[in-house]
Design a protein around this ligand. Sequence first.
Ligand SMILES: CC(C)[C@H](C(=O)O)[C@@H](O)C(=O)O
Ligand code: SF4
Length: 776
Amino acid sequence: MPAADAAPRTLYDKVLQDHIVDERLDGTILLYIDRHLVHEVTSPQAFEGLKNAGRQVRRPDCTLATTDHNVPTTSRKTFKNIETFVEVEDSRLQCMTLEDNVKDFGITYFGLGDKRQGIVHIIGPEQGFTLPGTTVVCGDSHTSTHGAFGALAFGIGTSEVEHVLATQTIITKRSKNMRIKVDGQLTPGVSSKDIILHAIGKIGTAGGTGAVIEFCGSAIEALSMEARMSICNMSIEGGARAGMIAPDETTFKYLEGRPLAPEHGSEEWNKAVAYWKSLKTDEGAKYDIDVLIDAKDIAPSVTWGTSPEDVVPITGSVPDPETFATKEKKEAGRRMLEYMGLKANTPMEEIVLDKVFIGSCTNARIEDLRAAAGIVKGKKVAANIKSAMIVPGSGLVKDKAEAEGLDKIFTDAGFEWREAGCSMCLGMNPDILAPQERCASTSNRNFEGRQGAGGRTHLVSPVTAAACAIVGKLTDVRRLAEHNSTPRPASPTPVTIKPHVDERINTDDEERDHIADQPAENDVPHTNTMAAGSAKGLPKFEVLKGIAAPLERANVDTDAIIPKQFLKTIKRTGLGSALFNEMRYNAEDGSEKPDFVLNQEPYRRSKILVVTGPNFGCGSSREHAPWALLDFGIKCVIAPSYADIFFNNTFKNGMLPIAIDNKHDIEAIADEARAGREIEVDLPNQSINDSTGKKICGFEVEEFRKHCLVNGLDDIGLTMQMEDKILAFEKKMTTKTPWLDGRAYLKRGKNGKLAVKPAPVPKTNRGEAIKEPLDW
Ligand SMILES: CC(C)[C@H](C(=O)O)[C@@H](O)C(=O)O
Ligand code: SF4
């Protein structure tokens, strides 16, 4: 496309363009993926799919795995292995399954016995695995974090994890360009977490839907890499596919000496930096959405409700839902206040807390801990705080903090000092809130039940969380005299590279010492152990007629569709009974709530879900959400709009999500659903009909997706037919960006070559060899 190439381009346009393997006329893109991060929750079903189809991991050298969501954060002094260490059975199984899979497929893995283990979005940058200008994916929504390096980084579902493992590519389409420009100087006490909370408060949780956000402006440029990561991390809470910041000297400085970055000062490094410098948005490039923020308008911010957009300055009060614009918003507001146990107009600083959590992929890096320690030093945690917990983002962050004496500052004050993991960010491990407990948390989601069923979360920055622990209430950090909370300038703050330099792995022998459980040099990375042909293909979707359940809500997040306790499965099936768990069952005795629609006749046998509010499926990338709907019997969702990852995940399971943003049409469909009448979804004709076959309205669907659904096509099989193009692309990349090949600590043979097998013969998802090319 020479014309488009000549036009001024954004950072996103440039990185995207450099990774296109193929583009169809309808805009469907086959995108090459440079970096794939893997964790235990969203990978078991993907590896199972590979095994069933006899496929291998195409680029183990571009894949890095760790275990983070399920792991206990208690002392690992006695750690021997996962089997004896993880007490909760399903968590243990999930962690052990990952360990089996990384061995079977020859993937670099940081387990609990390895200092480099930690939250997947902390360890990628820490190791230099994340680099500017790369495409980065992970079966996790907060993959957006890595965009801080000028990478195009986004979360994917488990089906896509399988697709990337098998083909190192993903099928996608262009996103809109969105810019959030923050100019000026932040005031004391305000940190990058406040910037992103403020921005989400402004744009809303669906503000970035369908877009990639570029954060720029003088306030962003002045931030350190760690602060930039906190911002890009929460792009997903603003609904965006990804967040990006143009790489600059701060980025390059951060990467110097990272084990997986090109060696600083080498020819490769210089070549890489020259390329990275070219990634800046061109003068005159257009953004589809533009948001301007003045840094001085940002105060230390805090959430009051159960959506990350419910943000107020800490000096503000709980809003009064009766002042909200629409009937739906008033209702949602009342429900939130009830859940949060709050009264309208209460000053935020009067809200008393039970717990404080400093951790998560948003704020568990060394700078976050330093900033929090700066507040805590010499003080004590308030008597009413039952637990104040510090969970470093990785073993290396923990070590560094201990070397600086931060652990001592925290423990002297009465904080608990833990081992690395996701911990109370989502409570898949034992770190949870009890019902009604209230927590100031540096994490990124305040959804109902997120930190524990009935738990109440207020999202804040690390310095605010630290101040809250000392005061025992939500607190304006600026009140604490000796705080050290001004945003860290990009320079001359010393860059913390020392430990990484020391750990640089230079030789095969050193490598062996560091890497537990890697396959021996001559081992075949993976041989299939299961019969080919046992994997199920996708059922075809043509016309679906059935009962439609009306769900009168907006912003239904995937935590609400299927809460974390059900993510510990290693299967795709059996989740139907847990669908909408907290809306559907009473917490006390597990009995059904009679007023929830799916507990009523005829909706118990619904095949279609009609959601009247926008932004369905926001939040986490968990494919368990469509699996749960499907297992219940729902094959089609109709809603005004969707969060991107959920939307994508449904198609991968042969389901059809339909977006109807015309108010009149969605109401007409909802009326049929409310009346308990069947509706008919006719995909070939793109029409929604009533039970008599009379058309209610038409709908849009992308041509390629429709083609796959109607024909029940498995897109991994389709992509594998593009082998020639993928190989040619890889060859080009090896010349253009040689620093991306052969990393992830994989062993090299004596001849310097990686022990990676050539790509296998393409097979369909059913394991059959592809005879004649399908239409990609
Ligand atoms: C488990 C994973 C799918 C999920 C995500 O995608 O975000 C988790 O990390 C979360 O924060 O809810
Ligand atoms: S958001 Fe929380 S649970 Fe998800 S990856 Fe980050 S730390 Fe882990």
